[in-house]
Structure formats: structure tokens, C-alpha cells
Design a protein around this ligand. Structure first.
Ligand code: NAD
Length: 372
């Protein structure tokens, strides 16, 4: 169901992130009307100062007759009930990260969307980021030589959340980036987390083991760090790369440097064990379209064309499974196999890396290389 003049999109939850969706939806030609759906009347009031044509509803029930699709940007514990309600009414749904707070809920949402024949997409914004496409291309083309390891850090003082810990708040970004860049999902997870200033865990370290390619990735997330850090590092035998999302320019820097073992020196401990190679640092030009705009435009395109989203329900589930395995690992102090949280090894209708996802995004910005 779509309006003849364009899509009618409702944004459920118009706080920090939902208000950004409202902004980018306004620049999409395919969107005819936009509704603010939030029980807090101040949200609609503030947004209508900049966007006077906004419709406003206190809850999803009131809004459903007036929208074709919804973007859910509410606290994570509300994602499942809101998404199931919208899906049951035949509305297309995009859910902010994390898709759900556990894998069983994510599976239920996927099954409901399939049964109702509507789009279910997850807001893994970094998979719409040209810097992340560049990282993926470098891995695919083996530009770093043998990939040794990956490391991510997403740290700051805050923003503390009420209904999910730092793993479910921040790590979805890193797990989604790693899965996307490596074109795989991990086979096992180790996690250490702790809580200090809050009853929920505010610091977490994850180690993800991938099998194909055979590689380990470390993820550090924290709401309790003096410095804001948003960094992905990839270290290879030939080159090393840093993606620093806090840089306004030169977000990716490729360091042509490395190490190799020094010739055998026997028992001579006076010589260094490694020799070091230092070369140029290159920052490739990136076409920077705002990732959220690319993502929302892609959602609208999928609704209108029936195209399978780049980040569909299975992609969201793959990330939630890793987070669930991480929680279990932290609680039990052991490595957890993804198979354990997959239980009966549910066969997904859409693979985590959907082959249909080679679709070009409609703003002309195609993900670099063979996306999926
Ligand atoms: N993709 C990204 O980069 C990114 C960035 C930030 C946040 N997020 C995600 O966006 C979501 C919202 O985060 P936030 O920081 O904007 O939170 P927020 O607290 O600023 O806003 C949440 C809003 O939801 C409203 N709300 C709560 N329950 C509701 C309900 N049942 N129906 C309608 N509205 C309801 C609240 O009134 C509030 O306005 C989370 O899932 C978060 O993980 C994604």
C-alpha cells in the first residue's frame, strides 16, 4: 500500500536519532508525508518549528492508518513489539540498531515480515558509509597483504542508556562493520564486560573469531572513557589502515608500513628481532554522502520496488546473535560458539550477506566493489 503521490513514512520515536531520520526524510523525493510518532509532545513541537508540514501522533496505533512505512527509533526493548504491530498491519518497517534485544525476538520479527510480505530492514548505518565500503574493497582486493587482525574502538564519556548495556548500544555498529568488511559472520565470541558507574555494563571488550577468512577482530566499547574515539584499524602484512570517523577529512589513512622477521641471529640478543619498513601515508578520496540519507533512501526504494534491503532482517539477526553470544560469554567466562545461540541452526530465508544486495543505491552512490 503506497500513496499515489509518494510514500507516507512515520518515524516512531523522535528523540536524538529519530529526529535525524525526520531531517533526512525531508530531502527524499519519494517521500510524500512524514509523521512524528512519539508520546512526548515536546518532540513534535520542536520538530514542527523546522518542518511545519509534519503530522504528529501520540502512538503507533493512531498513526498506522496514515502511513505506509515506519522507521522505529525508540529504545531497543520496544523494537520488537512496535515492529510486530506495524508488520501485522501490513506496514513496511525499518528498525534502528540493534534489531532486537535477543535473537529469538529477531527471528520472530523476520518470520512475521516474511509472512506478511513486507520489508524488514535494520538501521546498520555504517553499511551505508563510503569509508566502510572502501575498507571492504581493500580486504576483497587483498591490498593489505595477508590480513593479520582487525581492531575497533567506540569510546566516550556517555551517552549512558537506560534499557540496554553498552554491548547492545555501541557494539552493533562494530559487529555490523566487521561482518560487512569481512563478508562473513564470526564462529565464536569471547567477551569481558563490567559495570562501574551504572547498574548496566558500561565497558566491554569482545573478541570475534571468523573462520573464512580465518581472522580475529577485537572490539572495545565504552560509555566510561575520557576520550571520544570512533576508530577501525586493519593490520595486514603489507599495509595498515585506520578509519577514524571523527576526522572531517582524511577519514581513511593507509599506512604503507610493516614489519618482517630479521635474519636468524642465533643467540645474539644484541640485535632487534624484527626489521621495520616505513613508507607513505595515503588518504583516498571518499565520496561522502551522509550514510543516514543513503540508508533512508534505500529503505524507501525497497518499499517502492520490492527490492531486498542491503541490511535486511537476517543481517540484523546476525549482529544480534553475536551480541547474545557476547552476553553469554561475559556471564559464563568462556568462549561461546555462535552455533550455541543459533540453537536449532535456523535456516534463514535471506543469507546474512544477501546476494541481491549488489543493487545500486538510488542516489547514484553504489557501494564500492562487489558488496555482497
Ligand atoms: N544508527 C545509528 O547510528 C544510531 C545512533 C543513535 C541511536 N540509534 C538507535 O536509535 C534508537 C533511539 O535512540 P535515541 O538515542 O534516539 O533515543 P532517545 O531516548 O533520544 O529517543 C527515544 C524516543 O523514543 C520515544 N519513545 C519511547 N517509547 C516509545 C513508543 N512506545 N512509541 C513511540 N515513541 C516512543 C521517546 O519519547 C523518545 O523521544 C535506539 O535503538 C538506538 O540504538 C542509532
Amino acid at each position: 500500500m503506497t500513496n499515489a503521490t509518494g510514500l507516507r513514512v512515520g518515524v516512531v520515536g523522535c528523540g536524538y536519532w529519530g529526529s535525524k531520520h525526520i531531517r533526512v526524510l525531508h530531502s527524499l523525493e519519494s517521500v510524500a508525508t512524514i509523521a512524528v510518532i512519539d508520546p512526548n509532545p515536546d518532540r513534535a513541537l520542536q520538530l514542527s518549528r523546522n518542518y511545519p508540514a509534519l503530522e504528529a501522533y501520540k502512538n503507533l496505533d493512531e498513526a498506522l492508518p496514515h502511513v505506509d512505512a515506519v522507521i522505529i527509533a525508540t529504545p531497543p526493548s520496544t523494537h520488537k513489539p512496535l515492529a510486530l504491530k506495524a508488520i501485522a498491519a501490513g506496514r513496511h518497517v525499518m528498525v534502528e540498531k540493534p534489531l532486537a534485544t535477543n535473537a529469538a525476538d529477531a527471528r520472530e520479527m523476520i518470520a512475521a515480515a516474511e509472512a506478511r510480505g513486507v520489508v524488514l530492514m535494520v538501521g546498520h548505518t555504517f553499511e551505508y558509509h563510503s569509508a566502510v565500503w572502501q575498507l571492504r574493497e581493500m580486504v576483497q582486493k587483498r591490498e593489505l597483504g595477508d590480513l593479520y587482525y582487525l581492531d575497533t574502538a567506540r569510546l566516550n564519556l556517555g551517552l549512558y542508556q537506560n534499557d540496554c548495556n553498552v554491548l547492545f548500544d555501541l557494539a552493533p555498529h562494530d559487529v555490523s562493520i566487521l561482518n560487512f568488511v569481512l563478508g562473513a559472520t564470526p564462529v565464536s565470541v569471547q567477551c569481558w564486560s563490567s559495570h562501574h558507574a551504572h547498574q548496566l555494563e558500561d565497558v566491554g571488550y569482545l573478541r570475534l573469531h571468523y573462520k573464512d577468512p580465518d581472522i580475529t577482530a577485537n572490539v572495545h566499547v565504552s560509555w566510561l572513557d575520557p576520550c571520544k574515539v570512533r576508530r577501525v584499524t586493519m593490520v595486514g602484512s603489507q599495509k595498515m589502515v585506520i578509519f577514524n570517523d571523527l576526522e572531517s577529512e582524511e577519514r581513511i589513512k593507509i599506512h604503507d608500513k610493516g614489519v618482517s622477521q630479521a635474519p636468524q641471529l642465533g643467540e645474539d640478543l644484541t640485535q632487534p628481532p624484527m626489521s621495520y619498513r616505513y613508507g607513505d601515508v595515503v588518504s583516498p578520496h571518499l565520496v561522502m554522502n551522509e550514510p543516514l540519507l543513503v540508508e533512508d533512501e534505500h529503505f524507501a526504494d525497497c518499499v517502492l520496488s520490492g527490492m531486498v534491503p542491503l541490511t535486511g532482517g537476517a543481517n540484523g539477526l546476525a549482529v544480534v546473535e553475536v551480541l547474545e553470544a557476547a552476553q553469554l560469554s561475559a556471564a559464563q567466562g568462556r568462549e561461546v560458539l555462535l552455533e550455541e545461540v543459533r540453537g536449532s541452526k535456523v535456516v534463514l530465508a535471506e543469507p546474512a550477506m544477501a546476494p541481491q544486495a549488489t543493487a545500486v543505491l538510488s542516489n547514484g552512490s553504489a557501494p564500492i566493489g562487489d558488496l555482497r
